[in-house]
Structures are given as C-alpha cells and as structure tokens.
Design a protein around this ligand. Structure first.
Ligand code: ATP
Ligand code: MG
Length: 453
C-alpha cells in the first residue's frame, strides 16, 4: 500500500518551507521536524531556489507573497527545474486568487493562513505519496498501459481511504464493489484499479447493465454461436470472453434482472461459461469489478438482488464519498477541469475567488460530474473573456444550505438583542414600557439598547 508505506517513510522525506515571516517559519519547522521530516527553510525565494538545486527536496510549502522573489516565482522555478515536485501554497485572504491560479498550473494545494495544521500535515503526506506514485508511473512509461494514467483527484480523508483500498487490492483477483451516488467517480475508480495494477496491459471491458436492454444483456455477456437464434448470422464473442484475464466492469449491477443474476452467479462460481447456442465450456479468468448507485444490501433485503450474488461481488467494498462530504477537494477538481477545458477551447481563464467560494457552498447532488459540467459551461461561455460568479446557474448562485443545529442556535447576546428590539417595537418606541415588559430596570434596558444598535 503506497499510502501507508509513505506514512512510514515520511521520516526520510525532505521538505522545504519558505515564508518571509521568521516566526511563522519557526512554528512550521518545529511541527514538521517533530514529525520526522528533514526540514529545510528559507525566508526568501532566491535562497529557496538554491536549496531546491542543492538538496533533494520532496515537497515545498511556500508563502505566496514575499518581498523579492515571491512564491509564484519560486513555483515557476520548480515547474521548470524540478517538475513533479509538489508545491503547497500558504496564502493570505487577499491573494487567494493567485493561489487558485497556481492550482490551475499544477500546484498541489493551497491553504488560507492560518492553516489548519492537521490538514496541512495530511496534505503534505498526500503530496509526497503523489510524487512517489508519479515517479513509479513514469517508470512505467514504456508499457502499453502507460498512456492511460488514471488520476483520482483529491486529498481529503474520504479520498485517501479510496486510494488506499485501490492500492492494496489492485493486483488481487478478488471482486470489488464500488458504490456511491451518481457522478462520484465510480467508473474512474474502476479504471484506476485496472490501469494501476498488474492487469494494466490486459483488456478493461465495461458493460453498462442499465443502458443495455435486459433481453440483450445475456448475448452481450455470453456471446453466441452462429444460428443460436434468429438474427445470429455469425458467431459473436461475448464480454466475459473478451475480458480474458483482464477486468470485467459491470456498471450499475443493481439493474441486472433476476434470471441474469443467476446466470452471472453460475459463471462466477464455476469460472466457466458457454456461448448461447454453444456446447463447449469456456474457462473464464476475468477480475470482476461492479458499480452501483443503489444500496445493494437494501436491494437484497427487498428481494431485488440475490444474496449469494451480493456476497460474490462484494468481497472488497469501495465507497465513493459524495462531493459535499469532501468539499475541500473542490478547488483542486475545479482547477483540473478548468485546465482541461481551457486547453480544449484554447482560452486562458481563471476562476475568481468569490466564485470558488460559491462553488464550495453548494451541495452538488450530481457530484464531480456536475462540477465538471459547470466548469465546462463557464469556460465555453466566459462572456467578455472572463469567468465570473454571476454566470453560474441560479441553483448554485442562490443556493441556501439547510440550517444545521449549530446555525440555528444563537448566542445569549443575540437573543437578548432580539428581545430588546422586539419589546421596543411592540411598545411603539416607549422605552419605559419596553423595559417593564422585559422585567428589567430602565437603566439596564438603556445599556442593552446601546449594545443592540
Ligand atoms: N476524483 C476525481 N478526480 C477527477 N475526476 C473525477 C473524479 N471523480 C469523478 N471525476 C470525473 O467526474 C465524472 C464522473 O465520473 P464517473 O463516470 O466515474 O462517475 P460515476 O460514479 O460512475 O457516475 P454514474 O453513477 O453517473 O455512472 C467523470 O468525468 C470523471 O472523470
Ligand atoms: Mg458510472
């Protein structure tokens, strides 16, 4: 497991901290040295560049605004001289826009100062892990699978867990069930499993059980011999066979009708099958990965999904978190999509900070796919050559989060202020009456009134 190996290896990682504020630097140095990192630090960009050239640095955490050569210049230098070294920015509120711009150019993450140290630590760990797996991927550049690099973007706990499971089971033959709401990246995870593992040069065969009409799925999966049924003019190899020793991805397995569930179960148990109209038993050797946006366990209880098949497909379970539960990943994802569409449209655009905030407040029922669409639309439209928050769809722009308990609870002071104002209105501005109504003296009423306005 790369991630946990990285956690153990963190002791050996070298990091460079850059901040023109010596005290901030001291605090960060103490924290990361305490965690076992080899820490280099610098209060200016120029010296930081020398350190980059002289030492093997695994990750950089830098302030954005500094006198002399600033964080952005340092970032340009890293991109040019040390590509692949992750850079995390620490930024003041006023410079968030530049940090977001840096994300679109490949910076790893940004934190608004003062950063949450726990999150910063996690993100650094993730950055170093990312660099290592990227290096490993570069080592694979000669293999035929290399052009299919699958990137599951995200650094939050939920995504780290997903990445950890993928790392640990990618080479095994156990069946994997990937569940999650629509657009959370189930298919992407299935591809990451395949292309990140030992089967990367073998076929990845995807069958969408929701899109193929029920009566056609059987011939799609099993294939048929010539003359097996009317219209079977020639032999056709099915998806089971096509997958060979690679991966068979059954997308939306919850949609599979009962008779087919039994047939699939047989194939999984016997590890062989027959083409429709054929008599020869053909060995199957694929690794099964299934996805579902339903609660498959509940479907079993309702009698819609065979329990024995459920156990067969659910050996390893990966649950994709909804975007609203990992909203800290949104700027990274948005930057990735912005890059992609700017490249396609040949445009140079930025996401303004207020728009990023609006995006992070939204609930994203369509998850990452919806975010991708919103960014694509913003890039394509970009009236006047710029993206603005105002062009967002109104359901995002005017989204009001449902108030949680924490939001509805008011402080005592707020309640007091409300009571004072209400009493005053009810007593038509007569302060003595209002004080009496509240059961307090005129003097203390005046005091509270002072606080209220
Ligand atoms: N972690 C991620 N990083 C980058 N892109 C992502 C990520 N997760 C999802 N996407 C993108 O979001 C879109 C939807 O992903 P995908 O098709 O894998 O979702 P899904 O869960 O299979 O959706 P559905 O349930 O609708 O089939 C794709 O364009 C994919 O590239
Ligand atoms: Mg899907």
């Amino acid at each position: 497991m790369i991630i946990s190996r990285d956690r153990e290896n963190v002791n050996k990682a070298s990091i460079l901290l850059v901040d023109d504020e010596p005290n901030a630097l001291k605090v960060l140095s103490a924290i990361f040295s305490g965690d076992g990192y080899k820490v280099f630090s610098s209060t200016d960009g120029a010296k930081a560049m020398d350190i980059m050239d002289g030492q093997g640095i695994d990750a950089v955490i830098t302030d954005l605004r500094m006198p002399g050569r600033d964080g952005m210049e340092l970032f340009d230098f890293v991109l040019e001289r040390h590509p692949g070294t992750p850079v995390i920015f620490l930024t003041a509120h006023g410079t968030v826009e530049s940090a977001v711009e840096a994300l679109t150019r490949g910076a790893f993450y940004y934190f608004v100062k003062p950063p949450d140290f726990l999150k910063l630590k996690k993100m650094l760990e993730r950055a170093i892990g990312h660099r290592r797996s990227r290096r490993e991927l570069e080592g694979l550049k000669t293999g035929p699978g290399c052009q299919r690099r699958i990137n599951l973007t995200g650094g939050t706990d939920g995504m780290l867990r997903v990445a950890e499971i993928i790392e640990s089971v990618r080479d095994s033959t156990s069946s994997v069930l990937i569940s999650g709401e629509t657009g959370t990246g189930k298919e992407l995870a299935a591809r990451a499993l395949h292309y990140g593992g030992a089967r990367r040069d073998l076929p990845f065969v995807a069958v969408n059980c929701a899109a193929i009409p029920g009566e056609l799925i059987e011939s799609e999966l099993f294939g048929y011999e010539k003359g097996a049924f009317t219209g079977a003019y020639s032999r056709r190899i099915g998806r089971f066979e096509e997958a060979g020793a690679g991966t068979l991805f059954l997308d939306e397995i919850g949609e599979l009708a009962h008779p087919l569930q039994s047939k699939l179960l047989r194939v999984l148990e016997e590890r062989d099958m027959q083409r429709i109209g054929g008599s020869r038993r053909i060995k199957t050797n694929f690794r099964l990965v299934c996805s579902t946006n339903r609660d498959l366990q509940a479907e079993v209880q309702r009698g819609n999904f065979r329990q024995d098949l459920f156990y067969r497909v659910n050996v390893v379970h990966i649950k994709m978190p909804p975007l609203r539960d990992r909203i800290e990943d949104l700027p990274l994802l948005a930057a990735e999509f912005l890059n992609e569409y700017c490249l396609r449209e040949d445009k140079k655009l930025l996401i303004p900070a207020d728009m990023m905030e609006t995006l992070q407040r939204y609930s994203w029922p369509g998850n990452v796919r919806q975010l991708r669409n919103v960014i694509e639309r913003a890039v394509v439209l970009a009236p006047g050559g710029a993206i603005t928050a105002g062009q967002l769809p109104s359901e995002i722009l005017y989204f009001k989060r449902r108030r949680g308990l924490a939001d509805t609870l008011k402080t005592l002071k707020e309640l007091e202020t409300m009571a004072v104002k209400k009493a005053l209105t009810q007593c038509r501005g007569n302060k003595s009456k209002a004080a009496k109504a509240l059961g307090i003296s005129r003097k203390s009423f005046y005091k509270k009134l002072g606080g209220a306005f």
